[in-house]
Ligand binder design. Structure first.
Ligand SMILES: Nc1ncnc2c1ncn2[C@@H]1O[C@H](COP(=O)(O)OP(=O)(O)OP(=O)(O)O)[C@@H](O)[C@H]1O
Length: 258
């Protein structure tokens, strides 16, 4: 059961970073030395939803998320945040404007405590240390890591490291959070907890979620809409029910464990 999130009385991190109701890719193309990793992909993530992004290995999911967060410049096309073009924005500008992400590899400060990991992230956006600490504490309580706040991040079990990554992204008070395979390596029971947690993000934080996930039970269970890539191209978009019956999707996954 997830605890209610209690926002600290004096938030140091501005919650109104952006009023954007949508984060969109418009006719996106990314080429690496001539190889098209993304070809003419358009999608829109809305602030009230969990939006799943799936596709076989090498489909272009991470490249797309890299573009949506300023880690990769599109070769063609645009990334639009709340109707405004983001051309030329750095990754830190995306973060400041309310687009946060987690990474497959975690990227935690392993020698710092769990609390410090969240605190420095909040402080990095300009919050005072006191207010960053308040936020970090509230966030760790919500995500279920309060009792591990004093441990080194490197000492956490893998699944708790994933939670910490999400806590760090959420403490930035984002309008959108992009989660790269949060369920990787988790047991069925851990996946259940994660599903409950991720599904609650839009209403708890007024924050849209883009979820890359290979675990079909997770992505089908909590996404309102799902976009499917294969070989850098869009092959389908729809509700979980529609996607599970979609012929091109079934063909793309044929022979793969889904
Ligand atoms: N920096 C890069 N330089 C060259 N090619 C790249 C680079 N990044 C990705 N690619 C290629 O682009 C294609 C899409 O890769 P990407 O990692 O986006 O796929 P993915 O759907 O996230 O895969 P996975 O599910 O395995 O993480 C692949 O063919 C990959 O080899």
């Amino acid at each position: 059961m997830i605890e209610p999130y209690v926002e600290p009385a004096a938030p140091g991190v501005d919650r109104g970073l952006t009023n954007a109701s949508e984060l969109a890719a418009d006719k996106l193309v990314v080429r690496f030395q001539g190889l098209a990793a993304i070809s003419d992909v358009s999608l829109k993530v809305q602030r009230h939803e969990v939006f799943g992004l799936i596709g076989p290995n090498g489909a272009g999911k991470t490249t797309l998320v890299n573009c949506l967060t300023g880690f990769q410049r599109p070769t063609e096309g645009r990334i639009i945040l709340g109707g405004g073009d983001t051309a030329g924005w750095s990754a830190s500008r995306f973060r400041e404007q309310g687009v946060a992400r987690t990474f497959q590899a975690g990227r935690l400060f392993k020698d710092m405590t769990v609390m410090e990991n969240v605190e420095v992230t909040a402080a990095g956006l300009g919050a005072s240390l006191r207010s960053a600490r308040k936020h970090a504490k509230a966030m760790l309580g919500w995500i279920g890591l309060a009792d591990k706040a004093a441990l080194h991040a490197g000492a956490l079990a893998y699944t708790d490291q994933r939670r910490l990554g999400i806590a760090r992204a959420l403490v930035l008070s984002p309008a959108f959070i992009l989660l790269d395979e949060p369920a990787a390596g988790m047991s069925d029971a851990e996946c259940e907890d994660l599903m409950e947690l991720v599904a609650s993000i839009p209403r708890t934080f007024t924050c849209g979620v883009l979820l890359i996930e290979h675990n079909m039970r997770v992505v089908m269970g909590i996404s309102q809409r799902i976009h499917v890539l294969d070989g850098g191209r869009t092959i389908a978009e729809g509700t979980p029910d529609e996607i599970q019956r979609h012929e091109a999707v079934l063909a793309a996954y044929l022979g793969m464990e889904a």
